[in-house]
Design a protein around this ligand. Structure first.
Ligand SMILES: *[C@@H]1O[C@H](CO)[C@@H](O)[C@H](O)[C@H]1NC(C)=O
Ligand SMILES: *[C@@H]1O[C@H](CO)[C@@H](O)[C@H](O)[C@H]1NC(C)=O
Ligand SMILES: *[C@@H]1O[C@H](CO)[C@@H](O)[C@H](O)[C@H]1NC(C)=O
Ligand SMILES: *[C@@H]1O[C@H](CO)[C@@H](O)[C@H](O)[C@H]1NC(C)=O
Ligand SMILES: *[C@@H]1O[C@H](CO)[C@@H](O)[C@H](O)[C@H]1NC(C)=O
Ligand SMILES: CC(=O)N[C@H]1CO[C@H](CO)[C@@H](O)[C@@H]1O
Length: 760
């Protein structure tokens, strides 16, 4: 049986690859549809930003998108990655846009290319290269000649590049759309295009929300996003795009912010690691199928929308030949029944039923038929592997980063300077150093007052870390200091954590210690302003200059002297990659804040900052009612991000180097590796559920419960829970309800063991 299925799958795959060669398309539109080669279409799209994964991951991500029912992949183009230095372009590796477009084409999907050049996207500086800001007279995103000239040059470069590779649909390529008049938001059913000759497009349907350091992780229930999608097509929508379908990872220093996490998981249908997130992926797949069953009717006419009762909305797309209906209950609390064309339909609160052919309900957005599973991390040390993974990280070595000025690029001024215009955002790190003599102030209750534009400040007084403080736009801190007679040193390390990516004039936002800096409460009672004293500045760290992130340079000191909880320390170790093919993460528990590199490639900034919202978290969230990003939160009381993705393709089987720069202090020997896999499957079915969408046409009647292992090499090893009645909870936390029939677990176990017997 399994063999036969494989043959069928292979066949389909060949067919889809074959299909791309006949792509060459004439793409136009009218008020109702996108018209591709004369065929009127409604399309479903999902965002995958190519630099947030690796070229090795792209084919799998795009295949899973296709399997999930998408027609189209959408991406921004990230100017600051492609032109890090003015006139010097980069289109290699994760920035290989042409390869990404060709991968989309090879899977037989369309591509929407949003060239920007402004992208927002929680991306550093909204995608603008920082050098753009240093062009005299420039103002971003407005009618400004220097800006328009640069924007035109970059946009032309990208368009020409795509043309040269024949990637536009008119040339036989996958790109069907570039910049468009559209709607972004959690819901877009009320949106109207700026011309009545244009179709209704939704470019950013936020499938979840981004994570930030120190805040709980938002998630969006599958029932609610399914509701939003169905509502959009119910009210005349033509194309919607999930933002994100795969969020991925903000590698290196690419996060915007400040304080956007390195993980850009977004609670998307594909998780940060590319694993299918259930039930979201499967439920949306069913929604897509249901909409596609209506496609002919959707493109044939505008909907007739009526409201037969409060909170009930019925949309019918009907011509002589075709019909499709959407029945919505937009009420937040009450279920409802609707009479439609002689039949009665039951609608849960906040749900839409889809009726291709206007007769049978194939899907209700609040009823999930798709199976669920739990993908979880296993630390190798908890496995019965030969040798724990802790043993596979060996030979920790270290180098201390000097406190204060240590590089020849230092310079002095009798004032404080803004950080970004000085560093050009080439590094997160910028030193402000001052030395000051006192005759006798040693017994005084002296306070050092510092004002900074952010984002993180480490203040060292006489070589000792006196305070770490974090803030967006404003850090205002009083640090009690003990001065000594004679020379005192004040070394302030200012650290950026991702540049602002949105808001009016966001490009003007500065960082660093712009003052005032004062000493209050000296022995003679006076306050002195240090802002206009002689400060010495240094761009970047000594370790960056020495290329320590590469691991093989510098005088690394031995394990026997390894310091713990020491600020400003570089650590390095060798490790053997976790075996197998499951995605890999590093658990940085034990460390505090810094950046990490694997084999010289930055896996991003890490920060174990704890989630401070202790009240607002919930495991299960009521999907009913309008969603917004604080509505459903998880991760309270835990570090906002402990696990950091290391792409498989960056690893060798053995002899890998991990380097990290720790700002505040930690214990690197606690660091472990973990792999992510799907360990548990859940499925539920209700007698009132319509049959699965894919069974609908094949004549199967009644509800069907199915379980399928996500990977070909997996088998079901045990059944943990089974209930027939009114069970409660979510996958992993089920419990029996008030009504529950006896012996279900043993019946299911028996079925499973006979199945295993049959197939073995
Ligand atoms: C493309 O399609 C439109 C409308 O369907 C048609 O008017 C136009 O002539 C076509 N263009 C080409 C190059 O075939
Ligand atoms: C500062 O830079 C100068 C050269 O510009 C160098 O001679 C000096 O040693 C540097 N200072 C420190 C503390 O490294
Ligand atoms: C107080 O002491 C500081 C530091 O010793 C000195 O700079 C300042 O001039 C003194 N102020 C007065 C009013 O004596
Ligand atoms: C690694 O070393 C190369 C060559 O020395 C250098 O160009 C590169 O910038 C280094 N990478 C990092 C992350 O320091
Ligand atoms: C491990 O890799 C480092 C740097 O990539 C190299 O210098 C070293 O020779 C390698 N060691 C082994 C045993 O292969
Ligand atoms: C990704 C994105 O564009 N997010 C924006 C969505 O809209 C909200 C509110 O309208 C903004 O706060 C986000 O920045």
């Amino acid at each position: 049986m399994r063999g036969t299925q494989n043959v069928v799958l292979l066949l389909l795959w060949f067919l889809s690859v074959y299909a791309i060669t006949s792509f060459c398309a004439n793409v136009t539109y009218d008020s109702r549809a996108l018209v591709i080669d004369g065929k009127r279409r409604v399309l479903i799209s999902g965002a995958i930003h190519y630099p947030r994964s690796t070229p090795e991951m792209w084919p799998d991500l795009i295949q899973k998108s296709k399997d999930g029912g998408l027609d189209t992949i959408e991406t921004y183009v990230f100017w600051n990655l492609h032109e890090p230095v003015q006139g010097q372009y980069n289109f290699e590796g994760r920035t290989d846009l042409v390869k990404f477009a060709k991968t989309v084409a090879a899977k037989g999907l369309y591509l929407i290319l949003r060239i920007g050049p402004y992208v927002c996207a929680e991306w550093n500086y909204g995608g603008f290269p920082f050098w753009l800001h240093l062009i005299p007279g420039i103002k971003f995103r407005t009618d400004n000649e220097p800006f328009k000239a640069e924007m035109q040059r970059f946009t032309t470069k990208i368009v020409d590049m795509m043309k040269q590779e024949n990637l536009f649909a008119s040339q036989g390529g996958p790109i069907i759309l570039a910049q468009i008049n559209t709607c972004n938001g959690f819901y877009c059913d009320q949106f109207t295009p700026n011309s009545n000759t244009k179709p209704k497009f939704w470019t950013e349907n936020w499938s979840g929300w981004y994570f930030t350091y120190g805040n709980a992780a938002p998630f969006r229930p599958a029932e609610d996003i399914a509701f939003a999608v169905a509502r959009f097509y119910q009210r005349g929508g033509t194309l919607q795009n999930y933002y994100m379908y795969h969020g991925g990872t903000n590698f290196g220093r690419t996060t915007g912010g400040p304080f956007i996490s390195t993980s850009y998981d977004y609670d998307a249908a594909l998780d940060e690691y590319g694993i299918i997130r259930q039930p979201k992926w499967g439920h949306l797949k069913d929604v897509h199928k249901a909409i596609k069953l209506c496609e002919e009717a959707l493109v044939a006419t505008d909907p007739t929308i009526t409201s037969p009762a409060p909170n009930i909305e019925v949309a019918v797309y009907k011509t002589e030949d075709v019909c499709a209906a959407f029945l919505a209950n937009i009420g937040v609390t009450s279920e409802a029944t609707v009479n439609f064309e002689g039949s009665t339909y039951h609608l849960p609160a906040w749900s839409v039923s889809i009726l291709p052919g206007c007769k049978n309900v194939v899907l209700n957005t609040a009823q999930i038929n798709s199976e669920s599973w739990i993908a979880s991390f296993t630390t190798e040390s908890s496995k019965e592997a030969v040798g724990s993974l802790e043993d596979s990280i060996t030979g920790w070595r270290w180098i201390d980063e000097p406190i204060g000025i240590s590089k020849n690029n230092n310079f002095s001024k009798y004032r404080l300077v803004e950080q970004l215009t000085t560093t050009g955002d080439t590094t997160d790190y910028f030193w402000y150093s001052l030395s000051i003599d006192f005759e006798d102030d040693t017994s005084a209750q002296t306070v050092l007052h510092i004002q900074s534009l952010g984002h993180t400040l480490h203040a060292f007084i006489n070589g000792k870390l006196a305070r770490t403080e974090t803030g967006n736009a404003k850090i205002d801190v009083d640090i009690p200091v003990k001065l000594v007679t004679g020379k005192n040193t004040i070394d302030l390390l200012s650290v950026t954590v991702g540049l602002q990516n949105y808001g009016a004039f966001f490009e003007e936002t500065g960082a660093g210690i712009t003052g005032p800096v004062t000493l209050k409460g000296l022995k003679n009672g006076s306050t002195i302003d240090l802002s206009s004293r002689k400060w010495t500045f240094q761009v970047g760290l000594k370790g960056e200059e020495l290329s320590l992130p590469n691991g093989s340079y510098g005088q690394w000191k031995p394990h026997s002297t390894l310091p713990k909880n020491q600020p400003l320390t570089w650590y390095k170790a060798n490790f053997v990659a976790p075996s197998g093919t499951n995605p890999v993460a590093i658990d940085f528990t034990g460390m505090w804040k810094g950046e990490a590199w694997v084999n010289g490639q930055s896996i991003g900034r890490y920060w174990l900052k704890e989630v401070r919202t202790h009240g607002g978290c919930t495991d299960s969230c009521d999907y009913r009612g309008a969603y917004n990003s604080p509505k459903c939160l998880k991760n309270c009381g835990k570090p906002s991000q402990a696990l950091y993705h290391v792409p498989r393709s960056w690893l060798q089987p053995d002899n890998n180097t991990l380097v990290l720069f720790e700002e505040s202090g930690g214990n690197p020997t606690w660091i472990t590796f973990a792999t992510k896999q799907i360990g548990s499957l859940c499925s539920s079915v209700s007698e009132s559920h319509p049959p699965p969408v894919d069974k609908w046409k094949s004549g199967t009647v009644g509800p069907v419960l199915s379980l399928q292992c996500p990977y070909p090499n997996q088998v079901i090893s045990s059944i943990k829970f089974a209930s027939f009645g009114t069970p409660r909870g979510t996958c992993g936390n089920f419990e029996h309800g008030d009504c529950s029939s006896d012996g279900v677990l043993s019946i299911v176990q028996k079925v499973l063991s006979s199945f295993l017997f049959l197939t073995s």
